[in-house]
Design a protein around this ligand. Sequence first.
Ligand SMILES: [Zn+2]
Length: 431
Amino acid sequence: MPTHETLSERRLLEFMGGLDIIDCHEHLPPEAVRTSQPQDVFTLFSHYCRHDLFAAGMDRDTYCGLNVWGVSRPTYESLFDPALPLEQRWAVFQPWWEAIRHGSYARAAILTAKLVYCVDRIDDTTYHELSERIAAENTPGIYARMLGERCRILVALTQCGRMDVGSPLVPIMPAGMLADVGHRDAVERLAAGVGAATPADLEGYLAVVRQQVAAWTTAGMVGLKFMSRHYASPDPKAAAAAFRQAMDGHALPPEAQHVLQSHLTHALLDLCAEFDLVAAVHAGIWGDFRDIDCTHMLTLAPAHPQTDFDLYHLGMPSVREAIVVAKNLPNVWLNLCWTHIISQVQSRSGIDELLDQVPVTKVLAFGGDYGRPVEKVVGHLAMAREDYARVFGERIDRGLLGLSDAKDILKLWFRDNPLRLYRRLQVLQGK
Ligand SMILES: [Zn+2]
């Protein structure tokens, strides 16, 4: 760890190290999914590092435009093939590591190697030892050890498309599972899952959607996940026609799809208010990020004044816009999940600017945003704490903020605000 912090930063780091926190966003699956698969050094490069590897040129020959999810990545995927010798995989990976190892995604991996596995760097001389230590740690209880013991995480809100996640994970389900009506089969399965007959029309489908949201909520779901994009205004007539078309087995043209998805999204946002669920909203970064910019919230949030919106990732790269969205709208909170590993510099300038503009009751400090590499939450959290210590420490040193006020705000952001916003968590926590 760096040893050149100021005294104020050290005090704040010490304070944050003793704070119980709510992890406001992960993609972690049930623990058995992780422990049933072999793990090695490449576990540390799974999830977000792949995007830097891709941008650096790995699997360039499969590049087919901006669709980050549709691209096949045979070279990247081969890094995780345990049938191939570790040395062979490392030889493929090493030149690419040189290209990405100075970025924030990589820093989380390097810090995790250091903090969790006591390996000071990741290179030709350490990858064997690191692989052995990662494999040895991959046993039942790893979630409690990484999240609970090392990070003091009381609860981690996770999105993995499953409800059976197990403590300390608490599920948020994708709204798309209900709003994106593709095919009759999927509608039949959904209806059967809640014990209903296959709906004949849109009205019937909305009843099924409501039953599903109720069932998930009873089972412990605390929010639904949306995207910050342009949705058409609700249009019952056009949406009903599109639904009928889908149920007749026709592939929906894009306009009809948009009308139906928009209509159902608005209905789901109203259900969030009714069931005391939070509408978590992704904004920014992926693909053509203009389509999923945080400024779409300026239309969406006022259209649902009773719904609470948790706007993710500080809207990166539209950080300033996200801050003003939360400044202007009383039903939008800012969630700094993922941000610290996208860019620490952008996170810190964002934190500093939002302190000027947004009530301290509307900020959520941390979400690791990882799926497979649970140990990287440790590295990510260390980076988040650095960012808060730097920004708050500088304000303290300039006489703009008192130490005890700084501690109060950090406690709000890491723990109390998430518990206030996600009211169903308090029920789960028995508070
Ligand atoms: Zn995420």
